[in-house]
Write a protein that binds this ligand. Structure first.
Ligand code: ATP
Length: 199
């Protein structure tokens, strides 16, 4: 599954519609400091469902909307679309191209689309589950993450490897199952107490 293009409009420094095409092979984005290179990876994280705006280097959710410059007024909407080549059918959608879109209005209202059909954020998470492209995946590694990995303790590094190997999801499932077993055990103890009182 290959990334085909990223379309931005009104996202951070990209006031106008901008299309970044990813041809087969390696794509490098170069530019002077502050020209918006990291904003491109922020846009990818955002459209993939990142909900913690601090991970996008902002304070409030509307910080992703173009805030204006001396020469240009702010805009009211940020929209990002990421288009995947799905000719190998890895994504569970019967289309050769899959477009995931996220839109945020300054009013705080947000919208999500898969191939232009309105959907929930959860649907985007489900679409990308097991592809290695979820918002917490290692597909996008920011500069600060590289430092964190290099400086991490062995136990912390193990967690990173577990996440990459896909074990983290099973650990989460196990914790959830143990919590449910605990609740069920307590409920059964309560039922046994009630039955003992009745007899
Ligand atoms: P460096 O090479 O220093 O890491 P960079 O090319 O990665 O820089 P970014 O950090 O992506 O640059 O972009 C920073 C620029 O984006 C700054 O000029 C900042 O003013 C601008 N910017 C960020 N958010 C917004 C916004 N909401 N509206 C307008 N401009 C924004």
């Amino acid at each position: 599954m290959q990334l085909l293009r990223l379309e931005l409009r009104g996202f951070k420094s990209f006031a106008d519609k901008t299309i970044v095409k990813f041809s087969p092979g390696m794509t490098a984005i170069v530019g002077p400091n502050g020209s918006g290179k990291s904003n491109i990876t922020d846009a990818m994280r955002w459209v993939l469902g990142e909900s913690n705006v601090r991970n996008l280097r902002g304070q409030r959710s509307e910080d992703v909307i173009f805030a204006g410059t001396e020469k240009r007024k702010p805009v009211s909407t940020a929209e990002v679309t990421l288009v995947f080549d799905n000719s190998d059918g890895q994504l569970p959608v019967e289309r050769a191209e899959v477009a995931v879109t996220r839109r945020l209005y300054r009013t705080g209202e947000s919208e999500f689309f898969i191939n232009k059909q309105a959907c929930r954020l959860k649907d985007i998470h489900l679409l990308l589950a097991d592809t290695g492209l979820g918002k917490d995946s290692m597909a996008i590694i920011g500069q600060n993450r590289v430092d964190a990995i290099l400086n991490s303790k062995p136990e912390e590094r193990r967690l990173i490897f577990e996440e990459v190997a896909g074990i983290a999801r099973f650990k989460l499932n196990k914790e959830e199952a143990l919590r449910r077993i605990g609740t069920t055990t307590r409920n059964m103890e309560r039922v046994a107490d009630l039955m003992a009182n009745l007899s």
